[in-house]
Design a protein around this ligand. Structure first.
Ligand code: KDG
Length: 334
């Protein structure tokens, strides 16, 4: 009884607070590429609940998963044109819009989640998000896609050399393309929404994604081998259409930003817990799991070095140095 009373009072409090704010009744279409039952889907649901609560039910977020509103790149276009309000997707497909996002594609940039959180929530990462505004987008926060690992249907990949000749789907991004081609794979850029079918038909041999995605997208059904390489930490970014954002009141923008920050905490916790479970479930589903030994990872780092140098040239030394300085700070703060 007491809980019901507290819940009712809290709801009433939020409703009263919202009533005092300048909030219109709005429907917010929020598109994403993974399945509803994925870390991405659960985070969108959490964001929607937060927005509903903070706006007294006036702002309604409708999540559309499994690329129902299009691929990441198509949704970015819809947001820029004002035809869709929100999305979450990979930063990797934004490098054509804001070149500085390429810094997050650098293989082995982060060694762990602590480093990723510190830098992605820091000033340099915020500066990159702010560059979106001239391109018709507003970046609210980064969520965690996670450390990426390799799957394929042909053979175990335990050495860097084992990548030779593998037809490997990569995101539509030059760093991924160049890195895996340099490693001897035949890298094929492709939207996420086409990936399962390409794996199922054998049009490609493999792909790379975090454990959570490999599980929620059921890649284990069409992939036999999983190699733990953690070759790059991949962020997602929560995006808003700038033409739509400009029509909102300050109160409405504050609610979306507050809900986005709350959903970031939820999403990281959910993704990290889910990642541990996902690896166990992938093994139970029959995937043959191997870990790339440190000396082979070192070879991948070497292969990636000239591509990283190209990224530094693209984004500029000052930004690279800012990111490196923030990384050193978190590494020193034991
Ligand atoms: O829409 C799916 C994307 O948000 C994300 O999962 C990107 O990791 C990604 C991939 O491999 O395309």
């Amino acid at each position: 009884m007491k809980h019901i009373l507290i819940a009712a009072l809290t709801a009433a409090l939020f409703a009263t607070n919202a009533a005092a704010q300048d909030i219109q009744s709005r429907i917010i279409r929020f598109g994403y590429g993974l399945n509803e039952d994925s870390n991405q889907g659960r985070a969108v649901k959490h964001f929607a609940e937060q927005v509903d609560k903070l706006s007294g039910g006036k702002l309604k977020v409708r999540g559309f998963g499994a690329a129902a509103l299009g691929s990441d790149v198509q949704m970015q276009g819809a947001l820029i044109g004002g035809a869709q309000e929100m999305m979450v997707g990979s930063t990797a497909t934004l490098v054509g819009t804001v070149k500085e996002f390429a810094v997050w594609d650098v293989p082995f940039l982060f060694a762990n989640e602590k480093e990723a959180d510190a830098v992605l929530d820091g000033p340099a990462a915020r500066k990159i998000l702010d560059r979106l505004e001239d391109q018709g987008l507003v970046g609210l926060v980064y969520w965690e896609n996670g450390f990426r690992n390799l799957t394929n249907s042909r053979h175990k990949i335990e050495k860097a050399d084992d990548l030779k000749g593998i037809k490997l789907r990569v995101m539509q991004n030059p760093v991924y393309l160049d890195t895996f081609n340099a490693a001897g794979a035949n890298a094929i850029p492709m939207p996420f929404s086409e990936l399962f079918t390409a794996l199922e038909t054998g049009a490609i041999d493999g792909q790379e994604n975090p454990f959570t995605t490999i599980l929620s997208s059921k890649f284990f059904e069409v992939q036999k081998y999983l190699t733990i390489s953690n070759h790059v930490y991949s962020p997602w970014v929560v995006l808003v259409s700038k033409p739509w954002w400009d029509k909102l009141s300050d109160d409405e923008r504050k609610i979306l930003q507050e809900a986005a920050v709350a959903s970031r905490t939820f999403e990281r916790d959910d993704t990290r817990a889910g990642s541990v479970k996902a690896l166990e479930e992938l093994k139970a589903a029959g995937m043959e799991v191997s870990t790339m030994p440190a000396e082979e990872v070192a070879k991948l780092r070497e292969i990636a070095a000239p591509i990283t140098a190209k990224v530094v040239e693209t984004i500029g030394e000052p930004l690279w140095n800012d990111v490196q300085a923030e990384l050193s700070k978190v590494r020193e703060a034991k």
